[in-house]
Design a protein around this ligand. Structure first.
Ligand code: G3P
Length: 254
């Protein structure tokens, strides 16, 4: 089954950053714990200074690593991910920040390792490419992501999304087989349907506050899949599924 075939199933649950309410987000541990409890896993990717794709949400390292405790990096504020090499990022602990009373280190997760894990366990993954256009060229970013996916040989199990919509059109131009999704947070783009067609995307991912019956109906009737983030309340989830939404992103496991 491909990712687009998965979208034909009702009421999908995506594990948001690998169920970030329960495990340290975007770590292999969080991905492992999601097995059997979701339909697909969502992760965020960006580039290290030496252009290795790493799995991390924030554009700085402060919140989800122990970097502030390490004297060696004291002069490196504001701890921008793209200022650190893969080797430097590998020295950090991505787990212990999450727990209030225990040290449980987790290693850096790379896209390569995440894709190997998805392949071994026959899972589906939504790769959100963070907007890193201030540090890297769009074409280079998308080419590196597509190269990693090609090497993993699981392109059927991958969906690419981004708030930087240029990445999505470039992705379709280079690799039309991989499904893509526009991410939107604050307001729908003007002429939404035509806009999505112009980007050649397959799906629309918007925040819960933007989800309404008319918009979802229009998107679905023109052939787009619709997934909503982040929906942890089961009653709200059911309302969205009743509207025709394909899936929701959840911080918890089902
Ligand atoms: O991809 C859905 C959701 O993760 C988008 O928001 O801020 O978690 O990247 P954010």
């Amino acid at each position: 089954m491909s990712f687009l075939e998965l979208f034909k199933r009702p009421c999908l649950i995506g594990a948001h950053r690998g169920s970030r309410a329960l495990y340290p987000e975007n770590t292999l541990c969080a991905l492992e714990k999601s097995i059997g409890h979701c339909d697909f896993i969502e992760i965020d990717v960006q580039l290290s200074s030496d252009k290795i794709l790493v799995v991390m949400h924030d554009d700085t390292l402060e919140r989800t690593t122990n970097i502030k405790e390490l004297d060696a990096y004291k002069s490196r504020e504001p701890y921008k991910v793209s200022d650190f090499s893969y080797e430097e990022l590998s020295t950090l602990d991505y787990g212990s920040w999450f727990y209030s009373d225990e040290i449980k280190p987790e290693p850096l997760l790379t896209l390569k390792i995440a894709l190997e894990f998805i392949k071994e366990n026959h899972l589906f993954i939504n790769i959100e490419i963070k907007d890193i256009h201030n540090s890297f060229e769009d074409k280079e970013v998308i080419s590196l992501v597509l190269q990693e996916i090609a090497e993993s040989k699981i392109k059927d199990h991958v969906l690419i999304s981004s708030f930087r919509h240029q990445y999505l059109l470039l992705s379709k131009e280079i690799q039309p087989d991989i499904p893509t999704a526009v991410l939107v947070e604050k307001k729908h783009p003007k002429n939404l349907i035509n806009y999505l067609k112009s980007l050649r995307v397959d799906a629309y991912h918007c925040s819960d506050k933007l989800a309404d019956e008319i918009t979802v109906g229009n998107l679905k009737s023109t052939g787009f899949y619709v997934n909503i983030y982040t929906v942890n309340d089961p009653i709200r989830r059911q309302q969205l599924f009743d509207m025709g939404v394909n899936g929701v992103f959840s911080d918890y496991l089902e």
